[in-house]
Design a protein around this ligand. Structure first.
Ligand code: DCP
Ligand code: MG
Length: 367
């Protein structure tokens, strides 16, 4: 194997919150367990056990819908402290193998084990050891993907979930990617997926048919990324000191509201929280984004950028009001409001003890 080939592992805990709940409460073992809001609330499912997934339940689904799909499911409130504690345990295990660890969320990380502390030559063996160690220390299972870049490792970890290990060697990469449905490509969101479908792109092989120019024309800056991953090329390093891209807060309302002044009160509350967080992290940002989810679940965002840093709650509220006016809020009822400040003016590391926010578009709130 050439020396410039990296060995990357992506590890992701299985049904993380739900698995922790099943571990700590034997009555939940083997049961459809839903962690999140209450069944009769407007909250959403944070995650659910694999037993519950058989009913079609999944993360971010409204609890009421989950309840209809499986009335016998057991609804459990999240215990973030415990999840954070387990997250630290697995993180320590990762660090005992490599300093090149990049956490993506509480239960997920990339590791570069090209040179690892255990001196193990095979990344597959490292992954096997790590999974074993996680099980021994936490009593929980994790799935791992092993390959020569992040893109492939991440997709591989999903292939044999739960409790699986999948290796994609440089020799296998080509056919692996060719057969991969486009929605499984990490970094291809729902909107891009639709757009790709319209271009006749259903899988990696189709993606590969398109020239760099075409992809750039349709997808802008991401065109180059799609062009590369279709060919198994992803040179992004594993970055242990990830920086935050934004600081934000959102809330699902107890009931849909159409009253603008009430919305502004909630926006004011969010602005204060965001401002407090900016202050605590001693930073500011140049862009403010308002997110509005209408009662029918359609979601829109509106952004504006300033040359001068945005930091204080007063200015955030003022700008947010302008943004709110650019939505149909008021004419339409709203179920969620969110504010995010981005283009941060200083480097803000991802919290040491890991944030509970996820790299997903919406993290659920519990009501
Ligand atoms: N989570 C959340 N809201 C979401 C998605 C996830 O609160 N929309 C939380 C609950 C999950 C945890 O983050 O347990 C990890 O997310 P994953 O996407 O890794 O999902 P799971 O670990 O639950 O399941 P899987 O076995 O598919 O990894
Ligand atoms: Mg997981």
């Amino acid at each position: 194997m050439a020396t410039d080939i990296r060995k990357i592992i992506h590890i992701d805990m299985d049904a993380f919150y739900a698995a922790v709940e099943q571990r700590d409460n034997p009555g939940l073992k083997g049961q459809p367990v839903i962690v999140g809001g209450r069944p009769d609330s407007r909250g959403v499912v944070a995650t659910c056990s694999y037993e519950a997934r058989r009913f079609g339940i999944h993360s971010a689904m409204p609890c009421a819908r989950a309840y209809r799909l499986c009335p016998s499911a057991i609804f459990v409130r999240p215990r973030f402290d415990v999840y954070r504690q387990v997250s630290r345990q697995i993180h320590d295990i990762f660090l005992s193998y490599s300093d090149l660890v990049e956490p993506l969320s509480l239960d997920e990380a990339y590791l570069d084990v090209t040179e690892n502390k255990a001196g193990i030559l095979s990344a597959t063996w490292v992954a096997r050891d790590i999974r074993r160690e996680i099980r021994r220390v936490t009593g929980l299972t994790a799935s791992a993907g092993v390959s020569y870049n992040k893109f492939l490792a991440k997709i591989a970890s999903d292939v044999r979930k739960p409790d699986g290990l999948t290796v994609v060697t440089p020799e296998q990469a080509d056919s692996f990617i060719r057969n991969l449905p486009i929605r499984r490509f990490h970094g291809v969101g729902r909107v891009t997926e639709k757009k790709m479908r319209r271009l006749g792109i259903e899988n990696g092989a189709d993606l590969r048919q398109h020239s760099l120019e075409t992809l750039q024309r349709h997808f802008g800056k991401s065109g180059q990324y799609y062009f590369n991953i279709a060919r198994g090329i992803d040179l992004r390093p594993v970055e242990p000191n990830r920086l935050r891209k934004s600081i934000g807060k959102e809330t699902t309302l107890g009931e849909d509201i159409a009253d603008i002044s009430l919305m502004m009160t909630i926006v004011g509350d969010l602005a204060e929280k965001v401002a407090a967080s900016l202050e605590q992290k001693e930073t500011s940002g140049l862009t403010l984004t308002l997110k509005v989810k209408y009662a029918d679940f359609q979601t829109v965002t509106r952004s504006l950028s300033r040359d001068a840093p945005i930091a204080k709650s007063g200015e955030i509220v003022a700008l947010a009001e302008q943004l709110l006016n650019r939505t149909e809020a008021g004419d339409r009822a709203v179920r969620l409001l969110g504010l995010t400040v981005s283009h941060l003016t200083t480097d803000v590391p991802v919290d040491e003890n890991l944030q509970l926010e996820l790299p997903l578009e919406s993290s659920p709130h519990f009501s």
